[in-house]
Ligand binder design. Structure first.
Ligand code: BGC
Length: 488
């Protein structure tokens, strides 16, 4: 693959304004070009590093698509195969089980085979699993296919953010890892749209099978991407690591960066699963696992997976309006993620987390009150309006805070030697909590009612806020090596 040619960009031609603009438009790292105080907007990253993030983020798109698509597909699967509640539950939750299992395995794969290989494997698993689902002619085959899809999600949710974080320069790391979450939200939205388009034909096989295409794209695209320089240093491939760093940070000092990574590794030694239990790693693990679990227990997937039911409970009586409202939620989820992309490396992680979680608590509180005021009723137009606005504001608050920043922080807070295993454990905790919330939501909504359910998630929001204020460090602008020293 051709990378930026740093020497070209240092050419004296860069000294006039038109040349600088040309360099910007070519996507090069133009800090050199903007060094003199000419009013050209400073580009903050090189084209090659942006490509790395975009390709790895395809996995995020598949994560979103495959978790979102089943709510539409299951309606038609049930018509083709005789299913009772237990089999239906199995088809839906096989993905979560697969994600949980593969997340644990992904840590070792990322350490032994490399970050790049983990993402290539994710792409291949997605492609194979999607095809298996599309041609499944029995429930066990379909469950196996969905379990495999989950394995792809587990591999990408560890391998994607870790790879991007290890390749990205510190000043744009937040933005680039947030692209992964942006892709998750786009994937969810595309799943809603695919279901709406394919529903009249009851084409559930296409709904599930279409994901094979981006799966292949991910695998093939990753073949052309460089390996993570941090992994290369860890494996002793110092020259290769230096070459990758020179490509992605044309104006950095690759020798100094490699030397720093080597010093840190020498001080830390090489990681093992057993080391996760050591006291020195506890503060980081507490933050990583805590954030991963709080992202789920504040109720996001009750909304993402069950939005049509919530809207119907609030008085959106026709299927069409509740479906339109649900698609609206998907669009808002995508758009609000841009707030994080824009601000995460400027304002920092903590301010966004605190503002977002405050917003989630407030909107869940309003929802709880609205549902309480309507207790026993069948939904009124004012309840419907309040619900729509509160849910939209809740999604906005999540999308610029817990959504992207959890994936970002669990990929940056751990020391290199334990990163793969610690990320695997954090990701598996996220999927475990996701499973419990999606399983318990219908039960809570029917037993406790919508109002108490909203208040429960709001209460978890309060705990999350206290946890963030007390425990979560700011990592903006620091190198991964500087972050790992925060815990010493
Ligand atoms: C979460 C998913 C959630 C999605 C919604 C992700 O960060 O991990 O569980 O469905 O955001 O956008």
């Amino acid at each position: 693959m051709e990378y930026d040619r740093p020497k070209d960009r240092r050419h004296p031609a860069a000294s006039d304004d038109a040349s600088r603009r040309l360099l910007v438009s070519l996507g090069g790292d133009v800090e050199m070009a903007t060094a003199t105080a000419v009013p050209v907007r400073q580009s903050r990253m090189s084209l090659s590093v942006a490509m790395v993030a975009v390709v790895a983020a395809i996995g995020g798109g598949l994560f979103g698509y495959d978790t979102g698509v089943i709510s539409g597909a299951i309606l038609y699967i049930k018509r083709e195969f005789p299913t009772d509640n237990a089999t239906e539950g199995l088809i839906v939750s096989a993905v979560t089980a697969g994600a949980l299992a593969a997340a644990m395995f992904a840590g070792d794969l990322a350490d032994r085979g490399g970050r790049r290989l983990t993402n290539i494997a994710a792409g291949l698993v997605f492609a194979t699993a999607s095809l298996l689902c599309a041609v499944a002619n029995s429930v066990p085959t379909l469950v196996a296919g969905r379990f495999l899809v989950g394995c792809g999600i587990g591999l990408t949710s560890v391998g994607g953010p870790m790879y991007i974080a290890e390749v990205a320069p510190p000043r744009v790391r937040g933005t680039l890892v947030s692209l992964f979450q942006l892709a998750v939200t786009v994937g969810i939205l595309l799943a809603y749209i695919a279901c709406a388009i394919l529903a009249p034909a009851a084409a559930w096989r296409w709904m599930l099978g279409l994901a094979a295409i981006p799966g292949l794209l991910l695998a093939v695209g990753m073949l052309f991407m460089p390996e993570s320089p941090r992994w290369l240093v860890r494996r002793g491939h110092r020259t290769d690591a230096r070459a990758v760093l020179a490509q992605i940070e044309p104006h950095g000092d690759p020798d100094a960066a490699v030397a720093q990574m080597e010093r840190d590794l020498a001080a830390e030694g090489h990681g093992s699963w057993g080391e996760l239990l050591e006291p020195s790693l506890r503060p980081a693990l507490l933050v990583g696992i805590g954030l991963a679990v709080f992202q789920q227990v504040t109720g996001i997937n009750a909304v993402i997976y069950y939005a049509p039911q919530i809207f119907q409970a609030a008085g959106f009586t026709s299927d069409l309006t509740s479906l339109a409202a649900t698609t609206g939620i998907g669009v808002i989820n995508v758009l609000a993620t841009f707030i994080a992309i824009w601000l995460v490396d400027r304002a920092g992680r903590r301010p966004l987390l605190i503002a977002g979680v405050l917003g989630m608590i407030a909107t869940l509180g309003v929802l709880g009150l609205a549902f309480r005021a309507n207790a026993g009723g069948t939904g009124t137009s004012s309840l419907a309006v309040i619900t729509a606005f509160s849910l939209a504001a809740y999604i906005v608050s999540f999308a610029f805070s817990l959504g992207p920043i959890v994936w970002l922080m669990i990929s940056e807070i751990y020391p290199l030697r334990n990163r793969a295993q610690a990320m695997a454990v954090s990701t598996a905790s996220n999927w475990g909590a996701n499973f419990l919330v999606s399983l318990s939501f219908p039960l809570m909504a029917s037993r406790l009612g919508s109002s108490a359910t909203s208040f429960t998630y709001a209460a978890f929001g309060v705990v999350t806020l206290i946890f963030i204020i007390a425990q979560v460090p700011e990592t903006k602008g620091k190198t991964l090596e500087e972050i790992s020293r925060l815990w010493r």
